[in-house]
Design a protein around this ligand. Structure first.
Ligand code: NAD
Length: 499
């Protein structure tokens, strides 16, 4: 059995705790590797070494740090297929989708090539007689990133690229289900010129996460994962005086107005609902047609498109639309949620529970599932299913549809399909969700904007990547400077305003 490692001080290091997690191939259901789970002592030692390496990295001029990002970006491009393969074999997503996972992470690295411009401070000449004020952005020190299974390349890159470009050292704790991509990215960063110790990949579970949260050297924690864990990590990190941004789960709705192009709306729902087996925080899991005629027309178009979807292992290449779920537990949970939808009175239009793929009978596959007549009191509406299940909630007016989105506890992404600019503008302005698509189903902003949800989809006050990331990973120091030549006054003891 292959045994994975940690990445400490520029080397692969065997785990020393004696505890391991199984890493599965979700398409076959087989264990393909065991992953060491770090102890508190291993985590603390990695932090200590990172703290020793960080000052020299922070003192490296920002343009040189940016050049490491340039080289890193080139290496990611060069190794794109290899990285995609690593993503697919542990996650199960298709190779084209895995390339997208790497690509959307690479785009954040590209923005970090311009980090020096983002790190410039402010200056006021002559704020008082002979007095200048300036502020500078300085690295925090050692920071931590804790990432989920579903984007094994993209989200670690969203964390490490801005944190490192700002001059921090990072402890990255990737998901124990999809760790190999992070280990490979660490090797590529070393090849790009990152000094050893500045990025430590520490594999682990709750024990390592709690050790991160309680470690006094770690200054900030960037987390992405499910809402209960996001809320827990935010609370404990803040209680320990750390800066924290914790992104959580989602229940993303798409409103379909009667004037929408129904074919385009149906295509968008198929891609956004079933892509990556629905295991995306920006997946659309609720279709909200306005009016029964709209709902009927939409369902009529959805059925043949969904029936055509091909589910299978990533090794089938371009010949498969989505793959398995991540674990047996997740597979069983999704199936039991489908059963609960039936029990609670939703209309099961397409049932993916009986899907069997020849040669992959033990894989964690669930076929595409479509519900109609879902109501907000049902479990399939209330829970983030994180599987290939699309629920249709019928509404009778735009206001009713909007209220559904507004009243939902999550606020990650949402979309509206309409031909009417006024309705679209009204929606974008009034909806309490962080990322909004207008005739666009998965509105993940480009890397020079920022990514973040509202309500229970995010805890903390700054978004991921883009300008917010440079604020999150630096602290501001403001200097008021006076040079005494020509100033003959004695000491001024009062706390006075500028003359
Ligand atoms: P998860 O919450 O189970 O795990 C995320 C991380 O937290 C992992 O590194 C894991 O090791 C750690 N963790 C898990 N349980 C823990 C515990 N009890 N104490 C401390 N740490 C713990 O999430 P997941 O299943 O890996 O990912 C799927 C979830 O992530 C979904 O809810 C999805 O919506 C969300 N997600 C959100 C975003 C976003 O940007 N908002 C992006 C991607 C995924």
């Amino acid at each position: 059995m292959k045994e994975l490692t940690h990445w400490i001080n520029g080397k692969h290091v065997k785990g020393g705790s004696g505890r391991f997690a199984d890493v599965y191939n979700p398409a076959t259901g087989e264990v393909q590797a065991r992953l060491p789970l770090a102890s508190v002592a291993e985590l603390n030692a990695a932090v200590e070494a990172a703290a020793a390496a960080q000052p020299a990295w922070a003192a490296t001029n920002p343009q040189r740090r940016a050049r490491v990002m340039m080289k890193f970006g080139a290496l990611i491009n060069e190794h794109m297929d290899e990285l995609a393969q690593l993503v697919s074999v542990e996650h199960g997503k298709t190779l084209p989708d895995a390339r997208g996972d790497v690509q959307r992470g690479l785009e954040v690295v590209e923005v970090c090539m311009g980090a020096p411009a983002m790190l410039k401070g402010e200056f006021t000449d002559n704020g008082g007689p002979g007095i200048d004020l300036y502020s500078m952005r300085q690295a925090l020190g050692v920071v931590a990133g804790i990432t989920p299974f579903n984007f094994p390349a993209m989200i670690p890159l969203w964390k490490m690229a801005p944190a490192l470009a700002c001059g921090n050292a990072m402890i990255l704790k990737p998901s124990e289900r999809t760790p190999s991509t992070s280990l490979r990215l660490a090797e590529l960063l070393q090849e790009a010129g990152l000094p050893d110790g500045v990025l430590q990949v520490v594999n682990g579970d709750k024990e390592a996460v709690d050790a991160i949260l309680d470690n006094e050297t770690i200054q900030a924690v960037g987390f992405v994962g499910s809402t209960p864990i996001a809320q827990y990590i935010y609370g404990r990190a803040c209680a320990n005086g750390k800066r924290a941004q914790c992104f959580g789960g989602a229940k993303n709705h798409m409103i379909i107005m009667p004037d929408a192009d129904m074919d385009k709306a149906a295509d968008a729902l198929v891609g956004a609902g079933y892509g990556a087996a629905g295991e995306r925080c920006m997946a659309i899991s609720v279709a909200v047609p306005v009016g029964d005629k709209t709902a009927d027309a939409l369902i009529e178009r959805l059925i043949p498109k969904i029936e055509k979807l091909k589910v299978g292992p990533y090794t089938a290449g371009e010949d498969v639309d989505f793959g398995p779920l991540i674990t047996k537990a997740s597979h069983d949970r999704v199936k039991s949620l489908i059963a609960s939808g039936v029990d609670q009175g939703a209309k099961l239009v397409l049932d993916g529970r009986d899907l069997k793929i020849q040669g992959y009978e033990n894989g964690f596959f669930v076929g595409p599932t479509l519900f109609d007549n879902v109501t907000p009191d049902m479990e399939i509406y209330k829970q983030e299913i994180f599987g290939p299940v699309l629920s249709t909630v019928r509404t009778q007016s735009y206001e009713e549809a909007l209220s559904l989105v507004v009243d939902n506890e999550y606020g990650n992404g949402t979309a509206i399909y309409t031909a009417d600019g006024d309705t679209a503008r009204d929606f974008a302005s009034r909806v309490n969700v962080g990322m909004v698509g207008i005739n666009f189903p998965i509105p993940v902003p480009l890397s020079y904007y920022t990514f973040g949800g509202w309500k229970k989809s995010a805890f903390g006050d700054l978004n991921q990547y883009g300008p917010d990331a440079f604020r999150f990973y630096t602290k501001t120091k403001t200097v008021t400077a006076r040079w005494f030549s020509g100033i003959k006054d004695g000491a001024a003891l009062n706390f006075k305003a500028m003359d």
